[in-house]
Design a protein around this ligand. Sequence first.
Ligand code: PMP
Length: 408
Amino acid sequence: MTAAQLEMPLARRALVGSVIDASTALLAEQQHDIVRFAMGAPSEDLMPLEGLDEAFARARHGRYDYGESEGDPRLREEILRLSNAAGVPTAPDRLLVTTGGMQGLDLAFKLCVDPGDLVIVEAPTYTNGNATALSYGAEVLGAPTDEHGLVVEELPGLVERAGRTPKAIYTIPNFQNPTGVTMSLERKRALVELAERWGCVIIEDDPYGMLRFGGSEIASLAEIAPGHPLVFQVRTFSKIIAPGLRVGWIDVDPAVRELAINAKQAMDTCTGVPAQNAVANFLEDGLLEPHLERLKPIYRERKEAMRRELASAFGDRVRVTDPDGGFFLWTTFTGDLAGIDTEDLFAGALAEGVAYIPGPAFTVDGSMRDALRLCFATSSPERIAEGVGRLKRAIDASLGMRSGGGAA
Ligand code: PMP
């Protein structure tokens, strides 16, 4: 049903939903065993449950009061320490604690985008980022990506063809969602130069940057351009501690932060104090660093297992990215599998017992139908082998139907 068909006179602003979030509800309804490659979440067995329970139990005085909209002061202190240790010099007046990374993205687009403004996103990009830009009335333009991330060299041509400069460029430069690729240092530098030339904002969404398990470090945008007034950095603890906490932060110019605090007050004034309090305890206890060190070899093993299983199931009939961190592999069917429509395949795959996110969910124009996003982080190597086997059976069955024969 569209807004126009409703009795209630709603605002014209479209609220664009998320295929990814909808899949959580869909998966929860299923009664049979499903290998879950769909959601980008750590599995519960990899969450630091004991440390978190202990951190919640030690909640401080005032934990059920209204808190500061800026966020728990101890948590901001710890985020400052964490950022500085990671080589990203920041300052207390640049940091605002948010309700997950998603609120950071909402604040970024709310503050930067008026209806009709041009926003450049990566193709493919994170569905919810794209959806948020659209919800604020942005005209969204997808820019190409390759194994070194956003193809920054192509942006001037794209902008020339669009006939106007963008208001914002939304990028996930490190271990991107959905492809897992990382933008090269040269491109990051070039992106900052372009933003300066066009006077546009770079929304740097970086949930996965601390999850490098291979390759060598590439400085983040915030590191290359510390304190840059045009960079709006969005971070979260969802992928490095636990997503149910709903705790993240933004790192922005102090004047922009003041406006972000105003905007946040209109959303969830004072926010939920207990989770922020617990994350502050967790960080003060020094538990994040050892936790990350424990995760990295496990994620590396899972990525390698998934690449190996995909290669043995499909050989050169798939192209698969090879990330040095994060959660995702982007898989594109080629050769005789090139005609596969991953949206059409989804129901069969789910019935077979494996879930993924179809490629078009990550594009502005519903393209990339022959690609899909697979999250390797949630499943053990054994489950990954099982899930890829199920995917292969679903594909064989759909090929059988296409050629008019019985399902193989
Ligand atoms: N940005 C990206 C690229 C993400 O992958 C996610 C989570 N899937 C978010 C933002 C949102 O993070 P959070 O769950 O903390 O709201």
